[in-house]
Design a protein around this ligand. Structure first.
Ligand code: PXG
Length: 289
């Protein structure tokens, strides 16, 4: 396996960062997870744009242009001879001294891993996931914008541990007001009376790339889709529920807190979207070259 590290492709065994890297010491950095299918990178520009926005929000200057970074992603995939897989793109504050200040970090670290990812077994896509509500709340805007895809994922990891302890596939995270924000690594949608609703970004949801694709697909089908605050009640009583994420794609959720959602089976709107999403991932995207 070849890893892109600060402008070079190096063997995995040599792809090492310093123990003084603030990405490691403080979680000071940003990242993206990107998928490629059948030799094309899905929504590469959207991911690169979000990475630059995340970096800007934390006052981190990425030492290359978005075009250069996109080319580096393609180069890394090619170097590994892959056609289908997952890319992790990471920019950290870089090596510095001990102490929080980023002033001691003149050179951000950029690395790109091209590999594969399987988040859930096939069976879960057919049967649907169980969700539980986590006690851990989604990080508040006043602490760190939940829009920033930072290397600080402890909040979500604590929630993921709760979900796993409860035997659930994913954990539902609420914001400080008690409204639904999202899941630990996915956005959440409900369907009721043929209408699709998802929490607004302001509720603490990440502006997911897959989430945006669902808006496009729903509109192309003439299905009403909107952002509205929702509570757990809205999920308990929904006709359908599904989650979206780069790794998870679109996955049905059929239970929340031991209550079946409708009949506890993936619903027709979810299945339609899943089919269209699959088609889109296999027919669009930036060719890896
Ligand atoms: N919310 C959060 C908190 C995320 O981290 C999404 C929503 C979905 O966004 P995209 O743009 O991918 O549609 C994410 C992204 C994992 C894992 O292992 C998940 C993400 C990133 C890295 C790892 O579950 N999700």
């Amino acid at each position: 396996m070849k890893i892109y590290l600060n402008g070079k492709l190096v063997p995995k065994g040599q792809a090492a960062v310093s123990v003084f890297d603030h990405g490691l010491l403080y979680g000071d950095g940003v990242f993206e997870g990107i998928r490629f299918y059948a030799g094309r990178v899905f929504r590469l520009d959207d991911h690169v744009d979000r990475l630059y926005r995340s970096a800007r929000a934390i006052a981190l200057t990425i030492p290359m242009t978005p075009d250069e970074l996109s080319l580096a992603v393609l180069e890394t995939i090619r170097a590994n001879g892959l056609q289908d897989g997952y890319v992790r793109l990471v920019v950290t504050r870089g090596e510095g001294s001990l102490g929080l200040s980023p002033k001691s970090c003149p050179n951000p670290t950029v690395f790109i891993i091209a590999s594969t990812i399987t988040l859930y077994p096939d069976e879960m896509y057919q049967r649907g996931l169980k969700l539980v509500t986590c006690a851990t709340r989604r990080i508040a805007h006043g602490a760190l914008s939940p829009m920033v895809k930072s290397l600080n994922y402890l909040n979500n990891i604590m929630a993921k541990i709760e979900a796993e302890q409860a035997g659930a596939g994913e954990g539902l995270m609420l914001n400080e007001q008690g409204y639904v924000a999202e899941c630990t690594g996915d956005n959440v949608f409900v369907v009721r009376d043929g209408r699709i609703v998802t929490p607004p970004i302001a509720a603490g949801a990440l502006a997911g790339v897959t989430r945006a694709v669902v808006f496009e697909l729903a509109r192309s089908l003439g299905i009403d889709i909107r952002e509205e605050n929702i509570t757990r009640y809205d999920i308990y009583t929904a006709d359908e529920c599904f989650l979206t994420g780069t790794a998870a794609e679109i996955i049905p959720a059929v239970e929340l807190d031991a209550r079946l959602i409708h009949d506890g089976k993936p619903g027709p709107v979810t299945l339609r979207l899943t089919g269209l999403f699959r088609e889109l991932t296999r027919t669009t995207g930036t060719p890896i070259g």
